[in-house]
Write a protein that binds this ligand. Sequence first.
Ligand code: ZN
Length: 369
Amino acid sequence: MTQSPNETNDDVVEAVGEYSPEATGDASLPDGEPRDHGRGGYLPLSPDASVSLRRRLLTGVVLVVILTISITGTLVAGPYVNAPADASPPTHRVQTIVIFRNDDIQPYYRTETMRAVDRIFVEESVPVTQGIIPMTGDRPIDETDDTCTYLRRRHRRHPELFEFALHGYTHEKLTAFYSGSEFGGLSPRNQLERIQKGTKIVKQCVGERPETFVPPMNTYDNTTAKKVAQVGYQTISGGSWFTREYYGKTSPFRAHGVSHVPNSASFVADWSTNRFRNDTELTDDFDRAYRNGTVYVQMIHYPTFDTPAKRERLRQFIDYMQSKEGVAFMTVDQYTDGIQRGTIRRVDDGWIVPCTADCDRTVRSGAAG
Ligand SMILES: [Zn+2]
């Protein structure tokens, strides 16, 4: 464990300079991602996924069922008294679904910032999908510092909160596809090889195969989707600005054997300075999704939250979302898995989702149907 003095306290402003992953300075891309942040000395991370999120989600649901049965057995008018004896796990109606996607997990780079951001999600009990970069320079993440150990521990302690996704292979801009892509435009063979190699490294790092693929620069082509599906991924999560242009869609959809769950918005407004979008811009996007009942996927990059004040912005944004009635937070894979199993479904006035700990707050009579 070697930590620099600046990494021992997350209240210390890290003096590492601005997070400037992009070399080309394309700050105009609304929901874009750092254009070229692969080689500058920041790497990915991975967790310990000894127990799958799905299994834990299921466990939680079973517990809720047991609790519900015991409660309705003693109280005359519990929320599920009308449910048949063989009813499915309890569900409730929510207005919208929120997913956080934290990209660029890597070793050696702003480690304490990474951990401080993770702590926010733990303290707020909000799930997050972490995009892990498997290769930094020539080094696989599982042969670097103690990032993999940290990730495994994080997941072991909070299995329902952390999903570990594959975020490319080297995170390099290899083609000119949509202003730069690691995958779009590469040969099918090359794409498959990079996905397979990255998958193997992340699996070794966190102990479980990732289910979600997050293409660097948020861009990919049909071949990427097919190869990701071939390797066994359930979801590909790029950028909505990209899927709007390439697929004509911004909400989650299915194509080439995989679910596409694009991010809705970026936290950063200007990648040349890492200036955040202001509170109104952030809340306006969320409010729109809330009004329309659409899935809201918030992309963040942990290195940009390098001061306590910046991290407070993230916490306040989460608090704002939590202040609204009927917001279900989940990871990318929890969403896709629920859609595929039919435990999550769109209805006229929102979504039916499995009950979680806060279900009793929002459950309504009849919603379980
Ligand atoms: Zn990235």
